[in-house]
Every structure is written in C-alpha cells, then in structure tokens.
Design a protein. Structure first.
Length: 73
C-alpha cells in the first residue's frame, strides 16, 4: 500500500472529523465495500425489523458529529 499523500497528523480535529465523514460517505456508496456474512445479515435484518416496530432511537449522525466536535474543543 502506498503512503498517503495527506499527513493526517497535521489536520485540525475538525478537519480530521470532516475527512472521516467524507471517507465514510464514499465507502457507503459502494455496497461491495463491506460484504456481510450470514450472521451479520441476520443481525441486520433483526435490527431493521426492530426499527420498523419501535421507530428510531438514539442520536442522528449529525448529533454525534456535533458532540464529538464539542468535546475536541
């Protein structure tokens, strides 16, 4: 694997979080990037069924990012 052209250590915490967000979004566009095993697929189906029954709970991604940024300041 080639060395990254970007020195992540030189980025601010906000820039690192932005980079992480962008990488995660790009990886999420490719369904083959994270192939699921049978047990993972069963668990995902269970969680989706639970979501349909109970509705969403927890924090949105934007809330998680905002909290992480607030802690880094």
């Amino acid at each position: 694997m080639a060395k990254a052209a970007l020195d992540i250590a030189r980025l601010s915490r906000d820039e690192q979080l932005d980079l992480l967000d962008e990488l995660w979004a790009r990886l999420g566009r490719d369904p083959d990037a994270f192939p699921l095993g049978d047990a993972q697929r069963v668990e995902l189906d269970r969680r989706l069924d639970e979501l349909e029954t109970d509705g969403p709970i927890g924090l949105t991604w934007d809330e998680v990012v905002a909290q992480a940024r607030a802690r880094s300041r």
